[in-house]
Design a protein around this ligand. Structure first.
Ligand code: GL2
Length: 839
């Protein structure tokens, strides 16, 4: 009956609080012990970083049992495993996320609070591992979070870059890059596993020989060998025992000295070899969607892919699984073409080293790999010049020729006489200088090919990968991206998390579709008011942060209009800049004009060699330097460029946004994932019909989304017709005024040369259709301002945006990959006791 159920509840609750206090005492003990025994400090001498490390070790200790239990479960059950191969993992700081996933965030806050410390302060001590450029690397991080939370056996494989993405500072409004020394103070989250190091070959030549069965075989005689040493980081799921592994490879020289050289007296020459080897995992290439064709980059790709495939073969051996069953044990996903050399390397390992027949090996290879394409931008399609490729990977070139010959034989039969098609499908580009085409290799060697949003997948099929689609339509599918709500809501936005959990319970954290439950509270005035209070408090926090960083005052009641992402012409940060100038012109023409006060917040890095992107940053900061201090503006416009956008900074920014800028030219942004982080945190989107924006609008409804701009087919039509941006300029007086003001040097102390390259490109070519979309964008922004004046209406729209963001949880994405591409099931992990472990 109900009264005994009540008592039960009560006992249960008391039980929990007793356990919590026990946990709390144990946590405090272990925290202070780690300060003493790991950091070697007593409290009076300890720095904030000592306290951070002590807490990190305390959490790590609690992860270990789960990690060991997970490894034991997978090993004994020989579970089918996802291997996610990615040149980038943009993880963000681990401590806060691990506290949340372990369910001890609040207890930890109390423990450190009682010692006079602030948990958030300690969390900010962690140098984030910035081992990625942007969306693609962050997606890999969200995916391994979801895999662990869904209890799916998975390994993330990548490179342990010693220097991650550069640290961005601004000097006179221009980007300046500083090296990212993230390992400087040590990394408590990784364990080196030198016992599992592997050897990686480079260069040299190949030789034919006959084996003992008189079969003709090939051996690769390398010029150089580098050791790959794995560093493992546990990836804990949310409130589960599963702790999967992120395995990142560090390059080391096989011998620290070349003793031959050393003995001859060439000390420097002996050490050189070591330096050359270790250069391999030294630095992340900071180009986002820009292929540079650098030899070291190809070496990095081959290095981590060969390490990882050899590691998989080692795992097969431990579990006594025959190599012929490689594809039954592993589903290997290629995160873009960066790891696509894996197709040729697995063939080499199976044919040359495991001595399998070519056809058997090819069957295993195709069944193992899946390929995700992440971009339509032609400049991102990886190609390697043939001489370079031959120099670094001579055996792989032979293998690629063989794959190509067999592949094109089939194509010739299917498409009799269609030589143009054969040339397009070939793994080798033959017109002009010859190249190896990595996307073609990935397509041929994979059983599944996917895009990352509906529109993107359609465009792949119609355009970039059209020939492959016509050849094998059954390989293609869409997997719309998602992001993890654990980091992007629970960790980043504790106020919103409390409000939602008090309203709906906490089930939404594992099942984001439950956020739909918020819709029924939309007419509850008290709820709406609390919602507004949460956003207001988050905005006040960010305002304080900006004021401290940039010494400009920010009004938390102004509309926070935010664009954070890599700086790229196709993402059109300069379109947002034109809009700011348009508003500024209105004020200058009529200083008393009524205007909704806005704070424009920008963040993002430009590739160091991408001059136009760097000029876009300068344009934004230069506009800010005028607008922020012009007395006529009276604080109605503020422009803040927050330097060094990163996961850490994103966590402060998304929760404080009112308006999410997703304004790429239609047909250019494969998906976008920042758009989803904003939506979850209750920002409204102003966006083009590009990437996943389209699906966001489908979910929230047209009436809760600010859409503008050309559609993809319109962009194509304008292109075909011959687009003349000059005509847009002449037709629109507002646009003309803006362009002329920037062109005059008004934002550059009268120096008209500074922004000339940018203005010239817009007026002559405008490859991303800014001028074509300008009027539509400004009109849409006026609509945004009008709606914002009605605070209640805005809040309702924001609530509906969050409530309808369930689709964009990476849990949904990963479930689809698991069932439609990888064919893997979850393997729940039983926590082993101390005795189990020792037995
Ligand atoms: C990207 C796309 O540009 C972006 O739209 C997408 O969301 C992510 C993840 O799929 O991938 N492709 C790419 O090369 N980078 C991306 O961010 N760097």
């Amino acid at each position: 009956d109900s009264s005994s159920a009540g008592q039960e509840d009560d006992r249960e609750r008391r039980g929990i609080s007793e356990r919590a206090s026990l946990d709390k005492r144990a946590l405090r003990r272990s925290f202070l012990d780690n300060l003493l025994y790991v950091q070697g400090k007593f409290p009076r001498l300890a720095t904030k970083n000592d306290y951070y490390l002590a807490l990190a070790h305390t959490v790590r200790d609690r992860l270990m049992q789960r990690w060991i239990s997970t490894a034991a479960a997978y090993t004994t059950q020989c579970s089918r495993t996802v291997c996610y191969l990615s040149a980038e993992f943009l993880m963000g700081p681990h401590l806060g996320n691990n506290l949340i996933n372990l369910g001890i965030y609040d207890v930890a806050a109390e423990v450190v609070g009682e010692l006079g410390l602030d948990l958030e302060d300690l969390l900010y001590q962690e140098e984030e591992p910035g081992l990625g450029n942007g969306g693609l690397g962050r997606l890999a991080a969200c995916f391994i979070d979801s895999l662990a939370t869904l209890e799916v056996p998975a390994l993330g494989y990548g490179i342990r870059y010693e220097y991650g993405i550069f640290h961005q500072t601004l000097s006179d409004g221009w980007q300046v890059e500083k090296t990212d020394k993230w390992l400087r103070f040590g990394n408590p989250w990784e364990l080196a596993r030198p016992e599992w190091a592997v050897e990686i070959k480079f260069g040299g030549h190949t030789e034919q020989y006959t084996d003992e069965h008189q079969r003709l075989r090939v051996r690769w005689v390398a010029a150089r060998i580098v050791n790959g040493v794995p560093y493992d980081t546990p990836i804990l799921g949310y409130h589960v025992n599963t702790a999967n592994t992120l395995r990142l490879w560090k390059a080391e020289a096989p011998e620290s000295f070349d003793f031959g050289q050393f003995n001859r007296g060439d000390y420097a020459g002996a050490v050189t070899q070591k330096i050359v080897s270790e250069n391999l995992s030294k630095v992340l290439y900071p180009n986002d969607e820009q292929e540079a064709g650098k030899e070291l980059r190809l070496q990095q790709q081959f290095f981590f892919v060969s390490c990882s495939l050899q590691d998989m073969l080692r795992i097969l051996q431990i579990q006594r699984i025959p190599v012929e069953k490689f594809h039954e044990k592993f589903a290997v996903q290629l995160n873009d073409t960066h790891p696509s050399i894996g197709v040729a390397e697995l063939m080499r390992l199976l044919v040359d080293e495991q001595l399998l027949a070519w056809d058997t090996a090819w069957d295993i290879t195709c069944k193992s790999f899946g390929y995700t394409n992440h971009t339509l931008m032609p400049e991102a399609l990886e190609r390697w010049s043939l001489p370079l490729f031959q120099r670094v990977l001579p055996r792989h070139l032979e293998i690629i020729y063989e794959i190509n010959a067999r592949f094109l034989d089939q194509v010739r039969i299917r498409f009799f006489g269609d030589e143009a098609r054969i040339a397009r499908l070939s793994l080798i580009e033959e017109q002009g200088p010859r190249y190896v085409r990595m996307a073609n290799l990935a397509c041929v060697g994979s059983h599944a090919i996917n895009g990352v949003a509906d529109l993107h997948t359609e465009l792949l099929k119609q355009d970039v990968l059209k020939d492959f689609y016509e050849l094998c339509p059954e390989k293609f599918s869409n997997k719309t991206n998602g992001v993890t709500p654990r980091r992007w809501i629970v960790l980043a936005n504790p106020r919103l998390t409390s409000l939602i959990t008090e309203t709906l319970g906490d089930g939404w954290i594992r099942d984001l579709d439950l956020l739909r439950g918020l819709e029924s509270h939309i007419d509850d005035a008290a709820f709406v008011q609390r919602w507004q209070a949460v956003k207001r408090a988050n905005k006040a926090d960010l305002a304080t942060h900006i004021e401290r960083r940039l010494q400009i005052s920010i009004d938390p009641d102004s509309l926070f209009d935010v664009q954070v992402k890599r700086i790229h012409e196709y993402k059109r940060q300069h379109l947002a800049a034109l809009h700011i100038v348009a508003l500024y012109c209105r004020i200058k023409a009529n200083p008393n004009i009524e205007m909704v006060p806005r704070t424009f917040i920008f963040g993002g890095k430009a590739a160091p060699g991408y001059h136009m992107a760097k000029l876009m940053i300068k344009l934004i900061t230069a506009i800010g330097d005028v607008v922020n201090f012009d007395p006529d503006v009276r604080g109605r416009l503020k422009v803040a460029f927050l330097p060094n956008f990163s996961v850490t900074n994103g966590q402060r920014i998304y929760p404080a946004a009112d308006l999410s800028e997703q304004i790429s030219t239609a047909g250019k942004e494969a998906s976008g994932t920042g758009n989803m982080k904003f939506q979850m945190n209750g920002a409204l989107t102003i966006g083009t019909m590009d990437g996943a924006n389209i699906e966001i609008m489908e979910e929230v409804g047209k009436e809760n989304f600010f859409q503008f701009g050309l559609l993809t087919p319109e962009v194509y039509a304008w292109q075909a017709r011959g687009y003349r941006p000059q005509e847009c300029y002449e037709r629109s007086p507002a646009l003309r005024e803006v362009i002329d003001l920037i062109g005059s040097g008004y934002f550059a102390r009268g120096d008209s040369s500074v922004f000339k390259p940018l203005i010239d490109v817009l007026l002559r070519y405008d490859p991303y259709f800014l001028l074509a979309d300008f009027d539509s964008y400004v009109a849409c922004q006026d609509e945004v301002s009008a709606v914002y004046k009605d605070k209640h209406r805005w809040a309702r729209m924001a609530i509906l945006n969050s409530a309808r963001s369930g689709k964009f949880s990476s849990d949904r994405t990963i479930r689809q990959y698991c069932s439609e591409i990888w064919n893997v099931d979850k393997v729940p992990v039983r926590l082993l006791s101390q005795e189990d472990v020792e037995a």
